[in-house]
Design a protein around this ligand. Structure first.
Ligand code: TRP
Ligand code: MN
Length: 450
């Protein structure tokens, strides 16, 4: 089926993973309401991010994308937003300093409220209710009422995204992210840990460098690039009615932009070439990610690139490989090779989380630090071997001291998981595990450039 793209053309295609809303009129009403609200991001910012991604595709820059698996209405607090920002800033400083590499910072934040699920329903004992599809749709609590999809939650999704983004902008532009404040981003609870100490060392070196620069007249009151951090937002573009409602025509370029976030990705379950998600995103100009699991064939990759990036524009498409440590070596190389032979301009990044999830005997969904690292190392090795560029990483992480993923320097064990297992969906790296990975990735990047 080939038709002209319009804001609504996706409706003629099959849209997987949509909630079974019971009151379609109300969904319509809510989305119409949202379509009258201000956009959350500005098209000019989106173009800047795309340019950064274009640079990274050509070996000039490295993308760090990270945040919660699912944001929640409950966890809507200044401290938790600040702490997620802190860890992203820390990780990017570690990489920038250690690998002399420009780091593009993209949060899974300010809009990551909808989840694809393997089943429409969940059964516990005698009871079966709709699956939890993210706070944009229903509530995590397992009860009949909580699990009913409620379109009014989309209004809260918009409002919470707006408020979260507002605080992020205040922090990144208002002085908190000034490079003179590097020490401030280290959380107290890791200050004395090996990772925390290693970070303090870098922070001190940066201070020294800044003192020197200050002496020669380059100071953060004069240079915005020292004073402000560039942070972009992203989420999975899953609920197409909501994404449509926030899609606007940019008055400068006349192009359509999905202004719910700077960067949108298509999940591994909704990337069908003839599906509604691919159709919808083919018409907006944002940079787009495609999650690539083992089931993605080289032919499908080429077809997706043709439909989503017919001009083969740099920065438009990012392939987020999420193969799993056991499979990456069997599946990623054929994709990269095919892309190379077709001359597709793609940014390759590694999501070492989603292919490595399993359930422990105690019933916790988890991931092991070593497996996560293993997948990242293989990702770098594959690109090194093929002469292509490992362009970034995609993590589920939090600034808090949670116990959701196993291993790392704190050696979190099966028995520790119950202590602070707080995620609404998938297990996230905690603060120290995230920082540790940043140090390890720095090593990989250094070898890459050596
Ligand atoms: N403006 C640059 C950037 O956003 C440098 C920068 C300022 C920075 N503050 C930062 C980098 C905090 C990392 C963290 O990349
Ligand atoms: Mn997840």
């Amino acid at each position: 089926m080939s038709t002209e793209w319009t804001l609504e053309s996706w409706k003629k295609f099959v849209a997987d993973q949509q909630p079974n809303w019971t009151d379609e009129d109300l969904v319509q009403k809510v989305n119409t309401e949202i379509s009258s609200y201000p956009p959350l991001v500005f098209a000019g910012e989106v173009r800047t991010l795309k340019q950064h991604l274009a640079d990274a595709t050509q070996g000039n820059g490295f993308l760090i994308q990270g945040g919660d698996c699912a944001e929640t209405f409950n966890d809507f607090k200044a401290d938790s937003i600040r702490d997620k920002l802190k860890i992203l800033l820390q990780m990017s400083v570690v990489l920038t300093y250690g690998a002399s590499c420009n780091v593009i910072k993209v949060g899974r934040i300010a809009g990551q409220f909808a989840k694809p699920r393997s089943s429409d329903t969940e059964t516990r004992g005698e009871k079966t209710f709709p699956s939890y599809r993210g706070d944009a749709v229903n509530e995590l609590e397992f009860s009949d009422i909580s699990r009913q999809p409620n379109p009014k939650r989309l209004l809260r999704t918009y409002n919470q995204s707006a408020a979260t983004l507002n605080l992020l902008r205040a922090f990144t532009l208002g002085g908190f992210a000034d490079l003179n404040k590097v020490h401030l981003w280290n959380q107290e609870f890791i200050a004395t840990s090996p990772q925390g100490k290693k970070y303090q060392k870098i922070a001190t070196s940066i201070d020294d460098a800044l003192k020197f620069m200050n002496a020669v007249g380059i100071s953060s009151d004069k240079y915005a690039s020292l004073r402000m951090a560039e942070l972009y937002t992203s989420h999975e573009a899953l609920l197409l009615g909501y994404e449509q409602a926030l899609t606007r025509k940019d008055s400068i370029s006349g192009d359509w932009y999905d202004c719910s976030a700077h960067f949108l990705w298509i999940g591994n379950r909704t990337r069908q070439i003839d599906g509604a998600h691919v159709e919808f995103l083919s018409g907006v100009k944002n940079p787009i990610g495609i999650k690539a699991g083992p089931s993605l064939t080289p032919d499908e990759l080429v077809a997706l690139a043709q439909k989503l990036n017919p001009e083969n524009e740099f920065g438009r498409l990012t392939i987020i490989s999420r193969m799993g440590a056991e499979k990456i070596n069997d599946y990623l190389p054929q994709l990269v090779k095919r892309a190379t032979s077709e001359k597709l301009n793609l940014l390759w990044i590694c999501d070492p989380m989603h292919g490595n999830t399993y359930k422990t005997e105690n019933g916790f969904k988890t991931r092991h630090f070593n497996t996560i690292l293993d997948e990242i190392q293989q990702f770098f090795a594959i690109h090194q071997k093929l002469g292509t560029i490992p362009g970034g990483v995609h993590f589920e992480l939090t600034g808090d001291n949670v116990t959701e993923c196993l291993g790392g320097a704190q050696e979190i064990s099966d028995n520790d998981l119950k202590e602070r297992y707080e995620t609404a969906c998938d297990p996230r790296l905690n603060n120290e595990q995230s920082l540790e990975l940043a140090f390890l990735i720095t090593e990989l990047l250094r070898n890459e450039n050596a």
